[in-house]
Structures are given as C-alpha cells and as structure tokens.
Design a protein around this ligand. Structure first.
Ligand code: ADP
Ligand code: ASP
Ligand code: MG
Length: 604
C-alpha cells in the first residue's frame, strides 16, 4: 500500500462536474489500496476574482487582509471535494493549512514553509479517510495563528511539502495539460510532451515563466527526493516525471529556508573576450556566435549589456586554451562592424582578459531569496575581489573574477555559506548526460521589467551594496549585467549595471535605488517595462558549442533585436521588446526542433 499526495489545480476542480470527476479518480486510487492526501486549489479563476474584488476597494490592500481573502478560495473546494467523496461512500475530511500544521514565516502573501506537523493527517489516514487539504495556505505560528499564503501558484508547493513531510511514495500534480511540455501550448501550439525532465531543468523552466509548476515545489522535490509527476486530470496518460538525484538526508525543520546554498564551485580555466561598441541591431550576436560555433569553440558565460546610444557590448568566456581562436574571430568581425560610429573613438573594439576564474554558489534554496546573491557579492567585496561579470539563475550565482583572486574568493564563500565539504572544481566541459536534444524546453516571461543604473563607480563592493539594498526591500533580481565599457565621470571610472525584476517590484526597486543614488555615487535609474524574456533550458547544452548561436540566429531571422543576453550553465535568456516575445519564443522553439506533430489538448 502506497501513500500518495495528489494535487488538483483550479481548472481541474473548476465546476461541480469536475469536482465529481476528481472524486472518482481519488476513489479509484484508494480502491487500488493506496492512502490518499489530496491538495486542491481554489475553483477555476476564483483567486483572480478575489484579487479583482480587493483592487476595487483598495489600490494597495494590506497584505494580511489579502491572505485572509485569498485563502477562502481553497476552503470552498476542499469542503466540496470532501462532500463529493463522502457521496461516493469514501470517508473523507477537509482540513485547512492551519489544521494540518503547515507552519510558515510571518511574511504575508509570500510565506515560506518552516515545518509541517503531520500527526493529525496521519491519524485520519489511519482511520481510512482521504484527507483533503487546502493548498496555498499556512499559519504563521502556532501562537499567532495568522493565516498566510505561499504566493500565487503555491498549491504545488503545499503538495510537495506535504509529500516530503509525510514521506509519501509519490506526489502527483494534476492539471489541464498532459504534463510538462517543451513550451506553453497556449503560445506555442506545436509544443510536445516530455516523458521526463531533471529537477534542475524544471527549476530553471519554472522560474523563467513556465507556470505549470511552482518553482518552490520543484526545489522541495529536489531537496527531499520527492517522486514528482505532472499529468492531466482529464486522461490516464502517465504525464511527465521530474527526476531528482538522491538527496542527502536533511531535517524537515526549516523546510523551505534551512539551506540556501549547497555548494561552492569554481573553474580556474576561463578567459574573457569582450566586444565593445558594436551596433545595436538584429543579427549581431547571431553573427559573432555563429563564427565562434564554426570554430567549434564552447562558450560558457555570455552577457550583452544594455545599449548606450546605439551600441552594445557583448562579453563571453571560453577556456584559456580557446582564447586565441575566440579573440581572432572577434577581431575579424570587429572591422566589419565599423563605419557606423560617429567618431573613431566610438568604434567597435576587442578586449581580452587571459587569466580569469569563475566562482559560483549553487543551491535550490536560494530561489526568491534575494539576500543570498547580495551576501555573495558582499563577501567577495570584503575579500577585496572585484567582480567582472555576474551570471545568475534561480539556483546559481556565478561571478567571473581575476584568476589570482580565486583561492581567496572560495575560502571566503565557503566560510560565509557554511560549506564544510570541499568546493567543487568544475573541469572543462562537464556533460552531465548525453541527452539527444541539447535544449529541452523554452519559456517566455512577460512579467519582468528592466532597470538600468548608470555610471556605477567601478570598485569592489558596489554590486554588493546595490543588491543588498534591493534584498532589504525584498526584491528578487533575475538577470544582472554589468557593462564592459567604462566611462570616466568626474575622474571616477564607472560602469552601467542593468538587471531584470518582476514588474510588480520595479517601482519599489527604482525608488529604493533613487534614494540611495547620492550615497552610492551612481547616476540615473531607468525602467523599461515593455520587455519580454525568452529562454531556453537544457542540461545537454553544457559543453556543446553552437547552441547560443542557434538561438540568436533564430531571433535575428525574425528581424528581432536582442536587448540583453544572460546565460548560466543550462540556460540562455534574451530580452527582446515585449511585442516581439511570442514570435521570438516560437522561432526559438522551432529552431531547436522541439515542435511535435501531435496537437496538445488543453482541457480548460
Ligand atoms: P493549475 O491550475 O492546474 O495549477 P496552471 O495554470 O497553474 O494550472 O498551470 C498549467 C498551465 O501552465 C497550462 O495550462 C499551460 O498553459 C501553462 N504552461 C506554461 N508553460 C508550460 C509548459 N512548459 N508545459 C506545460 N504547461 C505550461
Ligand atoms: N489558488 C492559488 C492561485 O490561484 C494557488 C494555486 O492555485 O496554486 O494562485
Ligand atoms: Mg498552478
């Protein structure tokens, strides 16, 4: 007999008929001899409706009252599902987050789970009942009894956390599509189903806009080794398995907050090539990385900064052994890009740095916790290490630094993040698995805004101050890009820094930075709203040349200009104009052969 946690999303319980269909499915699983805990979302678009109601009364409703309001949606569906089960003769009981002891931080509207006290659930299960639990909600502490919610889409996280706490045999997420697809089928109609995906890939996809799973649910599954499946509640197809490596044993105390960083990694075999002042028009990145790919050179980090005037900077790292060839490619291309500049001083230029190292902190626990990256930057600053390039993903922050600073950087990071095990040296191309397809999926995020800070003094500690400030305002930063070009302002060397944040955080971020600008000594802070971020994800892209080139080429082919580029080991993200987002996603999806013949059914 197995213990299974099933989770049904809003559309799966969107009507009386749907709730009855879910009850039938649950009954079938119990009749097969399993014990069932069922987590449900609010019916259909109930939560959206409640948000609208609140906005009609207040433009900035109190976060506590929002939690009080939004948590009601799930309370309706748990009661109805329990009744439907009882009608079928299946004993069942509905319980709120508080009643099953889902204890969270006191952070309203985005609380993280601290622990779950499973005793009450276990008792009901022993009595032969199906336990129907309200997703998305918890309680701040057993003395305060404040209702909290986990953030939109958080029912997935409730389900996986319960599965971890109960040591369930499996957690099944039922939704309105057949599983995890290569892209959102509502935007890319020929997206196809994956039978499995690694938790690392899914973490990236989820945080880059694929809302089929809440990223924190994937994080918990990865950390606790929960067997996780996503499938349709309309069919009996097996869906998609999210595969996690066997984790180290960890305590359930501090479930979502205990270990932000799992490992410190480094790679001392890096060299940087930067192309400065290249024209800001479609096709430039495609051309540069196309040539690099022809030379079969594997590029690691790539960043393209915001443009100043009508030119961009692109910087990338390669192994030291490949540097001469990469430099030759860049030098050969640079003259062809000339002739656009107003003065010779504005012309394209190639810059190289031979002895570089990359240090990274990695861990699924840093998702949505902006203070972790800030702490890395301040640790490096305190050790006197200047950060030359920053590359971020939800689960990793990497900094390119001078090779001579590497040992100092590692020692400081291991100490601050309490990493007892020795740091991991990443030897050159580390191909994890030989996936036939280097790219597994693509995602679009149109809910981001881009902020740029002009003329940031170029000295250790600036990134730390800026991102600590944002962390203090609870703003999570996604892509971070420092321009390669320096500019002298009043005798001080400065660079621009650009980054993306969730649109709902953009105003707060801008305000905080504007207030601090005089003290930080930096210039104007600008916000661009109409952007879209298009990303590709796949473990198979590690150590495989030409992937970035193919993505940039697909975008250029549509005459779409790339405004920012940022990469991590297993993802490449490009910022384009919002109006171009869908077309860019579709063309990238097609370029990697992700399209299938079957049309995916969306059951809503
Ligand atoms: P639920 O209410 O069941 O939690 P969600 O709406 O939160 O459902 O998530 C399912 C939706 O996620 C799908 O209908 C689909 O439009 C969207 N989606 C985005 N990216 C993907 C993807 N890569 N694979 C599958 N679905 C995706
Ligand atoms: N009902 C909540 C929402 O719509 C939680 C969820 O469905 O996961 O965000
Ligand atoms: Mg959802």
């Amino acid at each position: 007999m197995a213990l299974i946690v099933q989770k049904y999303g809003g559309t799966s319980v969107g009507s009386v008929e749907r709730i009855q269909a879910v009850a039938q499915r649950v009954l079938k699983a119990t009749q097969a001899g399993n014990s069932l805990v069922v987590v449900v979302s609010a019916m259909g678009k109930t939560t959206d409706g409640l948000v609208k109601l609140a906005n009609q009364i207040s433009t900035s409703p109190s976060r506590r009252e929002m939690d009080m309001l939004l948590s009601t949606g799930e309370q309706v569906s748990i009661a109805l599902l329990s009744m439907a089960l009882q009608e079928l003769g299946q004993p069942a009981i509905s319980l709120t987050g508080a009643q099953v002891g889902i204890v969270t931080e006191a952070e309203h509207t985005r609380a993280r789970i601290l622990n779950i006290q499973p005793a009450r659930i276990e008792r009901h299960l022993k009595d032969g009942k199906v336990v129907v639990v309200a997703g998305f909600q918890g309680i701040s502490s057993t003395t305060d009894l404040e209702i909290t919610t986990l953030g939109r889409g958080g029912s997935d996280t409730s389900a996986v956390a319960l599965a971890a706490a109960l040591q369930a045999d499996a957690c099944e997420i039922y939704t309105d599509v057949p599983g995890i697809l290569t892209a959102d089928p509502r935007i890319v109609p020929d997206a196809q189903l994956m039978t499995d995906i690694t938790s690392d890939e899914m973490l990236e996809l989820a945080s880059l806009g694929a809302k089929v799973l809440h990223p924190r649910a994937v994080e918990i599954a990865k950390n606790y080794g929960v067997t996780l499946v996503v499938r349709s509640s309309w069919t009996d197809e097996p869906g998609t398995r999210v595969v996690s490596p066997i984790p180290q044993l960890r305590s359930l105390e501090g479930l979502e907050i205990a270990h932000p960083v799992d490992a410190v990694e480094f790679d001392t075999d890096q060299a940087k090539v930067a192309l400065l002042r290249i024209p800001d028009r479609p096709g430039i990145a495609a051309r540069l990385f196309g040539e690099i790919a022809v030379q079969d050179l594997d590029v690691d980090l790539i960043i393209q900064s915001i443009h100043e005037g009508n030119t961009n900077d692109i910087a990338f790292t390669v192994t030291q052994h490949s540097l001469n060839r990469a430099e030759a490619v860049a030098a050969a291309i640079a003259p062809a890009l000339r002739g656009h500049a107003a003065t010779p001083l504005d012309e394209a230029e190639v810059m190289v740095e031979r002895q570089m190292a990359k240090v990274s902190i990695a861990g699924a626990g840093m998702i949505g916790r902006p203070g972790v990256a800030a702490q890395m930057f301040s640790t490096l600053a305190a050790a006197g290490v200047n950060i030359q390039m920053i590359s971020t993903s939800e689960v990793k922050v990497s900094c390119a630094i001078a090779a001579e600073d590497c040992d100092r950087a590692i020692a400081a990071l291991c100490q601050v993040f309490n990493i007892a095990s020795s740091p991991v040296r990443l030897s050159a191309p580390q191909v994890a698995e030989s996936h036939a397809t280097p790219v597994r999926g693509a995602a679009l995020d149109v809910n981001q805004a881009q902020l740029a800070i002009r003329h940031v003094p170029d000295r250790p500690g600036m990134a730390a101050s800026i991102f600590q400030l944002l962390a203090d305002h609870n703003v999570s930063v996604d892509m971070i890009i420092q321009s390669q070009r320096c500019r002298l302002i009043n005798g001080i060397v400065t660079r621009d820094i650009a980054f993306t944040v969730a649109q709902m955080d953009a105003i707060a971020a801008q305000k905080a930075l504007q207030e601090a600008a005089p003290e930080l000594g930096c210039g104007e802070i600008t916000v661009a709203w109409a952007i879209a971020k298009v990303s590709i994800v796949g473990i198979g892209m590690v150590g495989r040349p030409g992937i970035a080139a193919r993505m940039f080429e697909a975008i250029a082919h549509q005459q779409i200009n790339i405004q920012m580029i940022a990469t991590s080991e297993i993802k490449i993200s490009c910022v384009v104009a919002e109006a171009d987002g869908v077309k860019a996603l579709q063309s990238v999806h097609a370029a990697f052969g992700l399209a299938g013949r079957e049309t995916i059914q969306i059951s809503a």
